[in-house]
Design a protein around this ligand. Structure first.
Ligand code: DOR
Ligand code: ZN
Length: 346
Protein backbone atom coordinates (compact mmCIF):
# COMPACT_ATOMS: atom_id res chain seq x y z
CA UNK A 1 0.00 0.00 0.00
CA UNK A 2 1.31 3.41 -0.97
CA UNK A 3 0.61 6.46 1.15
CA UNK A 4 1.47 10.13 1.26
CA UNK A 5 1.08 12.78 3.89
CA UNK A 6 0.31 16.38 3.01
CA UNK A 7 -0.58 19.56 4.84
CA UNK A 8 -4.35 19.61 5.35
CA UNK A 9 -5.86 21.12 2.19
CA UNK A 10 -8.09 24.16 1.71
CA UNK A 11 -10.84 24.53 -0.85
CA UNK A 12 -10.76 28.01 -2.33
CA UNK A 13 -14.21 27.90 -3.96
CA UNK A 14 -17.28 26.24 -2.44
CA UNK A 15 -21.06 26.59 -2.75
CA UNK A 16 -22.67 25.59 0.54
CA UNK A 17 -26.14 26.95 -0.30
CA UNK A 18 -28.44 27.29 2.74
CA UNK A 19 -30.95 25.47 4.95
CA UNK A 20 -31.27 21.68 4.58
CA UNK A 21 -28.94 21.41 1.58
CA UNK A 22 -26.29 23.33 3.49
CA UNK A 23 -26.60 21.00 6.47
CA UNK A 24 -26.08 18.00 4.18
CA UNK A 25 -23.16 19.33 2.13
CA UNK A 26 -21.04 21.18 4.71
CA UNK A 27 -19.73 17.96 6.35
CA UNK A 28 -18.65 16.65 2.93
CA UNK A 29 -16.18 19.54 2.76
CA UNK A 30 -15.23 19.91 6.42
CA UNK A 31 -14.27 16.22 6.64
CA UNK A 32 -11.06 16.85 4.71
CA UNK A 33 -10.52 20.58 4.35
CA UNK A 34 -9.36 23.16 6.89
CA UNK A 35 -10.75 26.29 5.22
CA UNK A 36 -12.94 27.24 2.29
CA UNK A 37 -13.91 30.38 0.50
CA UNK A 38 -17.69 30.32 0.50
CA UNK A 39 -19.57 31.65 -2.51
CA UNK A 40 -22.28 34.29 -1.94
CA UNK A 41 -24.71 33.39 -4.76
CA UNK A 42 -27.63 32.53 -2.52
CA UNK A 43 -31.15 33.72 -3.30
CA UNK A 44 -31.06 36.55 -2.30
CA UNK A 45 -27.27 36.99 -2.51
CA UNK A 46 -24.94 37.86 0.36
CA UNK A 47 -24.45 41.59 -0.16
CA UNK A 48 -23.16 43.01 3.10
CA UNK A 49 -21.35 42.34 6.39
CA UNK A 50 -24.50 41.52 8.34
CA UNK A 51 -25.63 38.90 5.85
CA UNK A 52 -22.12 37.40 5.66
CA UNK A 53 -21.87 37.15 9.45
CA UNK A 54 -25.29 35.51 9.74
CA UNK A 55 -24.56 33.09 6.91
CA UNK A 56 -21.24 32.18 8.51
CA UNK A 57 -23.03 31.35 11.76
CA UNK A 58 -25.45 29.06 9.94
CA UNK A 59 -22.55 27.29 8.26
CA UNK A 60 -20.69 26.92 11.55
CA UNK A 61 -23.71 25.21 13.08
CA UNK A 62 -23.57 22.63 10.28
CA UNK A 63 -19.92 21.70 10.92
CA UNK A 64 -19.69 18.34 12.71
CA UNK A 65 -18.09 18.77 16.16
CA UNK A 66 -15.28 16.41 15.15
CA UNK A 67 -14.11 18.72 12.34
CA UNK A 68 -12.18 21.93 12.70
CA UNK A 69 -12.99 24.19 9.81
CA UNK A 70 -13.01 27.88 8.98
CA UNK A 71 -15.42 29.31 6.41
CA UNK A 72 -14.02 32.41 4.70
CA UNK A 73 -16.90 34.59 3.67
CA UNK A 74 -17.42 36.57 0.48
CA UNK A 75 -19.85 39.18 -0.65
CA UNK A 76 -21.44 39.47 -4.02
CA UNK A 77 -20.34 42.54 -5.93
CA UNK A 78 -23.06 44.62 -7.57
CA UNK A 79 -23.04 47.98 -9.29
CA UNK A 80 -24.52 49.34 -6.04
CA UNK A 81 -21.86 47.96 -3.69
CA UNK A 82 -20.82 50.77 -1.37
CA UNK A 83 -17.07 51.33 -1.08
CA UNK A 84 -17.12 52.44 2.55
CA UNK A 85 -19.46 49.63 3.67
CA UNK A 86 -17.21 47.08 2.00
CA UNK A 87 -14.10 48.57 3.54
CA UNK A 88 -15.56 48.34 7.04
CA UNK A 89 -16.92 44.82 6.39
CA UNK A 90 -13.38 43.78 5.50
CA UNK A 91 -11.78 45.65 8.38
CA UNK A 92 -14.01 43.97 10.97
CA UNK A 93 -13.19 40.56 9.44
CA UNK A 94 -16.75 39.84 8.28
CA UNK A 95 -15.65 39.48 4.68
CA UNK A 96 -12.56 37.79 3.29
CA UNK A 97 -13.01 38.46 -0.42
CA UNK A 98 -15.41 39.85 -3.01
CA UNK A 99 -17.00 37.87 -5.83
CA UNK A 100 -17.57 39.33 -9.26
CA UNK A 101 -20.26 37.61 -11.32
CA UNK A 102 -20.93 39.17 -14.70
CA UNK A 103 -24.74 39.51 -14.69
CA UNK A 104 -26.32 36.36 -16.09
CA UNK A 105 -23.08 34.36 -16.33
CA UNK A 106 -24.23 31.48 -14.13
CA UNK A 107 -26.48 30.20 -11.32
CA UNK A 108 -28.02 33.09 -9.32
CA UNK A 109 -25.95 35.76 -11.01
CA UNK A 110 -28.80 38.05 -12.04
CA UNK A 111 -27.73 40.76 -9.61
CA UNK A 112 -24.17 40.68 -10.96
CA UNK A 113 -22.24 43.34 -12.80
CA UNK A 114 -23.32 44.52 -16.25
CA UNK A 115 -20.86 47.36 -16.71
CA UNK A 116 -17.36 46.91 -15.30
CA UNK A 117 -16.65 50.66 -15.40
CA UNK A 118 -19.31 51.13 -12.69
CA UNK A 119 -17.35 49.05 -10.18
CA UNK A 120 -13.90 50.50 -10.84
CA UNK A 121 -13.93 52.82 -7.78
CA UNK A 122 -14.73 49.83 -5.53
CA UNK A 123 -12.00 47.75 -7.18
CA UNK A 124 -9.48 50.58 -6.68
CA UNK A 125 -10.26 50.67 -2.98
CA UNK A 126 -9.89 46.87 -2.84
CA UNK A 127 -6.49 47.12 -4.49
CA UNK A 128 -5.41 49.78 -2.01
CA UNK A 129 -6.36 47.84 1.11
CA UNK A 130 -5.73 44.30 -0.18
CA UNK A 131 -9.22 42.77 -0.53
CA UNK A 132 -9.02 39.88 -3.01
CA UNK A 133 -11.32 39.90 -6.03
CA UNK A 134 -12.67 36.52 -7.14
CA UNK A 135 -13.87 36.44 -10.71
CA UNK A 136 -16.26 34.24 -12.65
CA UNK A 137 -14.46 34.97 -15.88
CA UNK A 138 -16.98 34.62 -18.67
CA UNK A 139 -18.68 37.20 -20.83
CA UNK A 140 -22.45 36.90 -20.96
CA UNK A 141 -23.08 38.09 -24.51
CA UNK A 142 -25.23 35.34 -26.01
CA UNK A 143 -23.71 36.09 -29.41
CA UNK A 144 -20.35 34.84 -28.18
CA UNK A 145 -19.98 31.09 -28.51
CA UNK A 146 -20.27 29.45 -25.09
CA UNK A 147 -16.87 27.77 -25.54
CA UNK A 148 -15.19 31.14 -26.17
CA UNK A 149 -16.68 33.13 -23.30
CA UNK A 150 -13.74 32.71 -20.95
CA UNK A 151 -11.17 33.82 -23.50
CA UNK A 152 -13.27 36.81 -24.56
CA UNK A 153 -13.69 37.81 -20.89
CA UNK A 154 -9.92 37.76 -20.43
CA UNK A 155 -9.32 39.82 -23.57
CA UNK A 156 -12.10 42.34 -23.03
CA UNK A 157 -12.61 42.63 -19.26
CA UNK A 158 -9.90 41.06 -17.14
CA UNK A 159 -7.04 42.62 -19.04
CA UNK A 160 -8.69 46.03 -18.66
CA UNK A 161 -9.13 45.61 -14.89
CA UNK A 162 -5.53 44.48 -14.46
CA UNK A 163 -4.09 47.30 -16.52
CA UNK A 164 -6.12 49.87 -14.58
CA UNK A 165 -5.47 48.37 -11.13
CA UNK A 166 -2.27 46.30 -11.18
CA UNK A 167 -2.11 46.10 -7.37
CA UNK A 168 -5.50 44.35 -7.11
CA UNK A 169 -5.19 40.74 -5.93
CA UNK A 170 -7.29 38.65 -8.31
CA UNK A 171 -8.27 35.01 -8.54
CA UNK A 172 -9.55 33.97 -11.94
CA UNK A 173 -11.76 31.17 -10.74
CA UNK A 174 -12.36 27.71 -12.20
CA UNK A 175 -10.25 28.29 -15.31
CA UNK A 176 -10.94 26.00 -18.24
CA UNK A 177 -8.75 26.98 -21.17
CA UNK A 178 -5.25 27.09 -22.55
CA UNK A 179 -5.79 30.83 -22.94
CA UNK A 180 -6.55 31.37 -19.25
CA UNK A 181 -3.63 29.18 -18.22
CA UNK A 182 -1.15 31.11 -20.33
CA UNK A 183 -2.59 34.48 -19.38
CA UNK A 184 -2.29 33.73 -15.66
CA UNK A 185 1.20 32.27 -16.03
CA UNK A 186 2.45 35.39 -17.76
CA UNK A 187 0.79 37.87 -15.42
CA UNK A 188 2.19 39.68 -12.37
CA UNK A 189 2.12 38.07 -8.92
CA UNK A 190 -1.32 39.49 -8.08
CA UNK A 191 -3.18 37.22 -10.49
CA UNK A 192 -3.68 33.53 -9.72
CA UNK A 193 -6.22 30.92 -10.79
CA UNK A 194 -8.21 28.13 -9.23
CA UNK A 195 -8.96 24.87 -11.02
CA UNK A 196 -11.75 22.38 -10.31
CA UNK A 197 -11.53 18.58 -10.15
CA UNK A 198 -14.14 18.21 -12.88
CA UNK A 199 -12.31 20.46 -15.32
CA UNK A 200 -9.14 18.46 -14.61
CA UNK A 201 -10.93 15.14 -15.06
CA UNK A 202 -13.25 15.70 -18.02
CA UNK A 203 -13.29 17.25 -21.45
CA UNK A 204 -16.36 18.36 -23.34
CA UNK A 205 -17.02 14.90 -24.77
CA UNK A 206 -18.25 14.02 -21.28
CA UNK A 207 -21.31 16.18 -21.95
CA UNK A 208 -22.45 13.83 -24.68
CA UNK A 209 -21.67 10.17 -24.03
CA UNK A 210 -24.38 8.27 -25.84
CA UNK A 211 -26.76 11.10 -25.02
CA UNK A 212 -26.83 14.34 -23.08
CA UNK A 213 -25.19 14.14 -19.65
CA UNK A 214 -26.67 16.85 -17.43
CA UNK A 215 -24.55 15.91 -14.42
CA UNK A 216 -21.41 17.00 -16.26
CA UNK A 217 -22.89 20.38 -17.13
CA UNK A 218 -21.24 23.23 -15.26
CA UNK A 219 -20.12 26.76 -15.99
CA UNK A 220 -17.70 27.57 -17.41
CA UNK A 221 -18.61 24.63 -19.62
CA UNK A 222 -16.14 21.77 -20.13
CA UNK A 223 -13.72 22.39 -22.98
CA UNK A 224 -11.72 20.38 -25.54
CA UNK A 225 -9.12 17.83 -24.48
CA UNK A 226 -6.32 20.17 -25.53
CA UNK A 227 -7.49 22.72 -22.95
CA UNK A 228 -7.79 20.05 -20.26
CA UNK A 229 -4.17 19.11 -20.90
CA UNK A 230 -3.11 22.70 -20.22
CA UNK A 231 -5.03 22.62 -16.94
CA UNK A 232 -3.43 19.33 -15.90
CA UNK A 233 0.02 20.67 -16.73
CA UNK A 234 -0.61 23.88 -14.79
CA UNK A 235 -1.98 22.06 -11.73
CA UNK A 236 0.81 19.49 -11.62
CA UNK A 237 3.61 21.94 -12.43
CA UNK A 238 3.96 23.26 -8.88
CA UNK A 239 3.55 26.80 -10.22
CA UNK A 240 2.25 28.76 -7.19
CA UNK A 241 -0.29 30.63 -9.34
CA UNK A 242 -2.54 27.55 -9.63
CA UNK A 243 -4.49 25.95 -6.80
CA UNK A 244 -7.57 23.91 -6.02
CA UNK A 245 -10.99 25.53 -5.90
CA UNK A 246 -13.47 22.69 -6.26
CA UNK A 247 -16.52 24.78 -7.23
CA UNK A 248 -18.52 22.07 -5.53
CA UNK A 249 -22.05 23.11 -6.49
CA UNK A 250 -24.94 20.98 -5.24
CA UNK A 251 -28.21 20.84 -7.17
CA UNK A 252 -30.97 18.29 -6.79
CA UNK A 253 -31.01 15.55 -9.40
CA UNK A 254 -34.50 16.64 -10.47
CA UNK A 255 -33.17 20.17 -11.16
CA UNK A 256 -30.23 18.86 -13.19
CA UNK A 257 -32.30 16.34 -15.14
CA UNK A 258 -34.85 18.82 -16.38
CA UNK A 259 -35.76 20.74 -19.50
CA UNK A 260 -33.42 23.52 -18.39
CA UNK A 261 -30.89 21.72 -16.22
CA UNK A 262 -28.86 23.66 -13.63
CA UNK A 263 -25.12 24.16 -14.03
CA UNK A 264 -22.98 22.69 -11.29
CA UNK A 265 -21.13 19.57 -10.20
CA UNK A 266 -21.26 18.39 -6.60
CA UNK A 267 -17.74 17.06 -6.11
CA UNK A 268 -16.90 17.67 -2.43
CA UNK A 269 -17.12 14.04 -1.38
CA UNK A 270 -14.41 12.52 -3.59
CA UNK A 271 -12.55 15.53 -4.88
CA UNK A 272 -9.30 14.67 -3.11
CA UNK A 273 -9.40 11.08 -4.38
CA UNK A 274 -9.90 12.41 -7.90
CA UNK A 275 -7.12 14.97 -7.69
CA UNK A 276 -4.68 12.48 -6.16
CA UNK A 277 -5.51 9.98 -8.91
CA UNK A 278 -4.94 12.55 -11.64
CA UNK A 279 -1.62 13.61 -10.12
CA UNK A 280 -0.61 9.96 -9.72
CA UNK A 281 -1.53 9.20 -13.35
CA UNK A 282 0.71 12.09 -14.37
CA UNK A 283 3.57 10.96 -12.09
CA UNK A 284 3.26 14.24 -10.18
CA UNK A 285 2.31 13.24 -6.63
CA UNK A 286 5.21 15.33 -5.34
CA UNK A 287 3.36 18.44 -6.50
CA UNK A 288 0.04 17.47 -4.90
CA UNK A 289 0.64 19.38 -1.68
CA UNK A 290 1.43 22.57 -3.56
CA UNK A 291 -1.81 22.41 -5.50
CA UNK A 292 -4.21 21.42 -2.72
CA UNK A 293 -2.58 22.83 0.42
CA UNK A 294 -0.02 25.59 -0.01
CA UNK A 295 -0.33 27.60 -3.25
CA UNK A 296 -3.74 29.02 -2.40
CA UNK A 297 -2.86 29.93 1.17
CA UNK A 298 0.21 31.79 -0.10
CA UNK A 299 -1.80 33.67 -2.73
CA UNK A 300 -4.20 34.83 -0.01
CA UNK A 301 -1.36 35.63 2.45
CA UNK A 302 -2.66 33.10 4.98
CA UNK A 303 -0.70 30.79 7.23
CA UNK A 304 -0.31 27.22 6.08
CA UNK A 305 -2.44 24.74 8.01
CA UNK A 306 -0.67 22.96 10.86
CA UNK A 307 -2.55 19.67 10.57
CA UNK A 308 -1.72 16.98 8.04
CA UNK A 309 -3.81 14.40 6.22
CA UNK A 310 -2.80 11.06 4.84
CA UNK A 311 -3.82 9.76 1.43
CA UNK A 312 -3.71 6.03 0.89
CA UNK A 313 -3.58 4.15 -2.39
CA UNK A 314 -5.37 0.85 -2.27
CA UNK A 315 -4.67 -2.02 -4.62
CA UNK A 316 -8.25 -2.15 -5.84
CA UNK A 317 -10.50 0.53 -7.27
CA UNK A 318 -12.61 1.95 -4.48
CA UNK A 319 -16.39 1.73 -4.18
CA UNK A 320 -18.17 5.06 -3.96
CA UNK A 321 -21.51 6.41 -2.83
CA UNK A 322 -23.72 7.69 -5.64
CA UNK A 323 -25.93 10.23 -3.93
CA UNK A 324 -26.39 12.45 -0.95
CA UNK A 325 -29.90 12.38 0.38
CA UNK A 326 -31.55 15.62 1.50
CA UNK A 327 -35.03 15.06 2.89
CA UNK A 328 -35.83 12.48 0.23
CA UNK A 329 -34.24 14.44 -2.61
CA UNK A 330 -31.00 13.32 -4.18
CA UNK A 331 -27.80 15.20 -4.99
CA UNK A 332 -25.53 13.25 -7.32
CA UNK A 333 -21.96 12.89 -6.12
CA UNK A 334 -19.39 13.47 -8.84
CA UNK A 335 -17.13 10.59 -9.76
CA UNK A 336 -15.37 10.42 -13.12
CA UNK A 337 -15.53 7.25 -15.20
CA UNK A 338 -11.94 6.22 -14.51
CA UNK A 339 -11.06 4.12 -11.46
CA UNK A 340 -9.99 5.83 -8.25
CA UNK A 341 -7.50 4.12 -5.97
CA UNK A 342 -6.74 6.99 -3.58
CA UNK A 343 -8.65 7.74 -0.46
CA UNK A 344 -8.22 10.08 2.48
CA UNK A 345 -7.36 8.24 5.68
CA UNK A 346 -9.77 9.46 8.32
O1 DOR B 1 -21.40 25.24 -12.62
C1 DOR B 1 -21.53 26.17 -11.86
N1 DOR B 1 -22.37 26.12 -10.79
N2 DOR B 1 -20.83 27.27 -12.09
C2 DOR B 1 -21.02 28.38 -11.37
O2 DOR B 1 -20.37 29.35 -11.64
C3 DOR B 1 -22.04 28.44 -10.30
C4 DOR B 1 -22.34 27.12 -9.79
C5 DOR B 1 -23.60 27.09 -8.94
O3 DOR B 1 -23.79 27.97 -8.11
O4 DOR B 1 -24.36 26.15 -9.10
ZN1 ZN C 1 -18.82 28.50 -8.29
Amino acid sequence: MEEIEVIKPDDWHVHFRDNEVMKAVVPETTRHFARSIVMPNLIPPILNAKQAIEYKKRIEKAIPPTDSFEPLMTIYLTEQTNKEDLKSAYNIGAVFAVKLYPAGATTNSDSGVKDITKIMPVLEMMGDIGIPLLIHGEVTDQNIDIFDREKVFIDQKLDFIRREIPNLKITLEHITTKDATLYVKESNKNLAASITPHHLALNRNALFVGGVRPHNYCLPILKRENHRQYLINAATSGNPKFFLGTDTAPHFVHDKESECGCAGVFNATYCLSIIAQLFDNKGALLQLENFISTNGARHYNLNLNKEKIKLIKSTQALPFRDHLDVEGHKIKIFKPDFPLFWTVDK
